[in-house]
Design a protein. Structure first.
Length: 452
């Protein structure tokens, strides 16, 4: 297995230069040198709660995180084994930044996710995400979210002997309608690009900024250029919750700009159930809709291995080898019975096509969750021929939610041993972000015994 791909070697910027992720950072050479010098100078374990570039204490709302020696011997062995064959710093491609708008962050959460009376289930889900992110005070929620994440990342760096690298942090644009108008009233979650850039600049040892730009915007191409100039090399889409049809011709000029700038498109594929506060269209999560971007030469990371839900098999209607190109979803003429297949199956079909061998990637974020624990997870582990195109991603804060990733279920389905349940749970209680990584390096295919 090519671990440099599995753990997320940066594929933005100079695509051929996979060994130099630092070249993509927006900081100056002097800033990079300062970070490197500070890291190399650490002869003794560093307290992850203290850092020179923190204007606020990382300690106040959060529990103390201990060094590797404070884990049990069994948990230590799992952690050490998870990093044993990793020779370069990891990169997490899928880390969310979210907030409720306090502290001038500009973030927005749809009112249906905050109303305890009109939508109690969505309110409970929202509160669960907040609590899992270490947020207890809504007046400081947005800042606490970031500080907690920084604390967890620095702890991971400490216990991994600095093999833990940086996280690509993801903003999220508004839903836009067919005329390119911003629709705050049906936007489930919004996180501004400027806010993410500010966070990445404040904590350059932890974060790499991404952008999120709706392609229907009248100024989408201009905003993409501005994001590139600011240091972003990846654009995040959540089509289901942003109202984006990736097969729409209106995306073409945006795709062409992505190719010109050699930027990467990280697009959610499969069904979406986390950002449900506003409008949602699950049809837009069909992996086959990304054929249009790939045909333009865009480098695409299909998130989560498309491991949730089923999609219409559009290839039966418009074969990729046909001279008739696939029309946008709104113009497709569907006659006769509809054939649906698992979105994971549709994605793997595309990844096996030679034309996409250097364009289409996927990440393994959230792939161990209870909804994905089964065929998608097992097949992803067993598809060794595609491991060099699978990238690391945590989908933070999802790993912090114990109901979403259950070690007992993973044991019952044959992915881990009975003894590993307690050891992994111990790591989770210390640091759920570390738990997510160690878990993915520990699980085995129930069919073959293979591992990521």
């Amino acid at each position: 297995m090519d671990l440099t791909k599995l753990i997320g070697t940066w594929i933005g910027g100079s695509f051929e230069s996979l060994e130099n992720p630092d070249a993509l950072r927006s900081q100056s050479k002097e800033e990079q040198t300062q970070v490197t010098t500070k890291t190399n100078a650490q002869e003794e374990p560093v307290d992850p709660l203290s850092a020179e570039n923190d204007s606020e204490q990382l300690t106040k709302p959060f529990k103390e995180l201990k060094g590797l020696e404070h884990f049990s011997p069994g948990a230590q062995n799992l952690i050490v084994a998870a990093f044993a064959d990793i020779e370069t710093e990891t990169i997490d491609y899928h880390t969310h930044i979210a907030g409720i708008g306090c502290g001038d962050s500009g973030c927005i959460v749809h009112e249906t996710m905050r109303s305890p009376y009109l939508h109690p289930f969505k309110r409970i889900k929202f509160q669960t995400f907040m609590s899992a992110s270490g947020v207890s005070n809504e007046e400081t929620a947005d800042r606490d979210y970031v500080l907690r994440l920084v604390q967890l990342i620095r702890h991971c760096k400490q216990v991994s002997s600095n093999k833990w690298g940086r996280h690509v942090i993801l903003p999220l644009d508004h839903w836009h309608d067919q005329d390119g108008r911003e629709r705050q009233d049906i936007t489930g979650l919004y996180c501004p690009n400027d806010y993410v850039l500010k966070i990445a600049q404040e904590f350059p040892d932890c974060f790499i900024p991404a952008c999120s730009i709706h392609p229907y915007r009248a100024n989408a191409v201009e905003l993409l250029q501005q994001s590139f100039d600011a240091g972003c090399r990846l654009c995040k889409w959540l089509p289901n919750s942003m109202g984006i049809d990736p097969s729409d011709p209106r995306c073409d000029i945006f795709y062409e700009k992505l190719v010109e700038l050699n930027m990467v498109l990280l697009s959610h594929v499969g069904e979406e159930h986390s950002v449900e506060g506003g409008a949602i269209n699950q049809y837009f999560g069909n992996p086959l809709l990304l054929r249009r971007a790939l045909s333009k030469g865009v480098k695409v990371i299909a998130a989560h291995c498309a491991s949730e839900g089923a999609g219409l098999d559009l290839d039966l209607l418009y074969p990729p080898t046909s001279e008739t190109p696939q029309p946008p979803l709104s113009e497709m003429k569907i006659e006769g019975p509809k054939v649906y297949r698992e979105n994971f199956e549709l994605l793997i079909r595309m990844m096996r096509e030679e034309a996409y061998s250097h364009l289409l990637y996927s990440d393994i974020s959230a792939i161990t969750s209870i909804k994905r624990c089964g065929q998608p997870l097992t097949d992803a582990i067993d598809l060794k021929e595609l491991h060099h195109r699978l990238l690391a991603g945590s989908d933070y804060p999802v790993p912090c939610i114990s109901l979403v990733v259950q070690t007992k279920l993973l044991y019952l389905r044959g992915y881990i041993t009975y003894q590993e349940i307690a050891l992994l749970n111990e790591i989770y209680k210390f640091n759920p972000l570390l738990f997510d990584f160690v878990l993915k390096r520990t699980i085995r295919s129930p069919k073959t015994g293979e591992k990521f």
